[in-house]
Design a binder for this molecule. Sequence first.
Ligand code: APR
Length: 237
Amino acid sequence: MADDRRPHLVVFSGSGISAESGIQTFRAGDGLWAEHPIEEVATPEAWRRDPARVLGFYNLRREQVRRARPNAAHKALADLERQGFRVSIITQNIDDLHERAGSRSVLHLHGEILKARSTVDARMQYPLPRGGIELGDICDKGSQLRPDVVWFGESVPYFGEACALVAEADLLLVVGTSLAVMPAASLLEHTPLDAPSVLVDPEAETLAPPGVTRISQPAGKGVPALTRHWQREGRLW
Ligand code: APR
């Protein structure tokens, strides 16, 4: 909405927001990358070397996502929007839990596991073939389909759109991310100077860059506490 004057809450979420839904985060000792080395499943080289292995990995992850349900944090953000607040979500997550909770403006910076994309054009998305992607499944332009996921070493196709959203935030709420991956983590630098930023993450104390308010709680507790506060006040603080 071009003339929308309501204060704009921009949320930047990472895998920690989905942890209480049973989806693994990446960098913990028992995280996804400890079990499945990045270079074997999440790079363009891995795809060239052994596409069947890469497809198998994402088939497993897709099942994990399908079994998961939105948790209190996803629901609180969707409720806030339903109450009339202006909420835009930028997520690093490839799950669809924000959408299933009811959020309507969700930008997936690192892709969507429940979609397929062309091997040659990151912005050409396709519905997932029934039963998942197989070698030999091609798009209407004749290229092999692959998971709609941004791999290490690839450019982030919607980064420009994400920067533009953050640049018009009245408040940036960051949830459940170690801020270890670029360029995603650099989004915080695009926050307007007069807009506060908050990080909700059990490790917030060590992760938050200077100037970012820290809420060292799990998302399922910290996010609903914030949204209840905003709803009571009738405004973002
Ligand atoms: N609530 C909120 N945060 C949590 C919770 C929870 N219940 N449990 C864990 N966390 C936090 C951790 O403290 C950590 O800061 O979630 C964060 C997860 O960090 P990472 O594993 O590094 O995941 P993320 O930041 O989402 O990774 C970014 O890296 O591998 C790539 O593309 C992948 O999108 C991913 C990107």
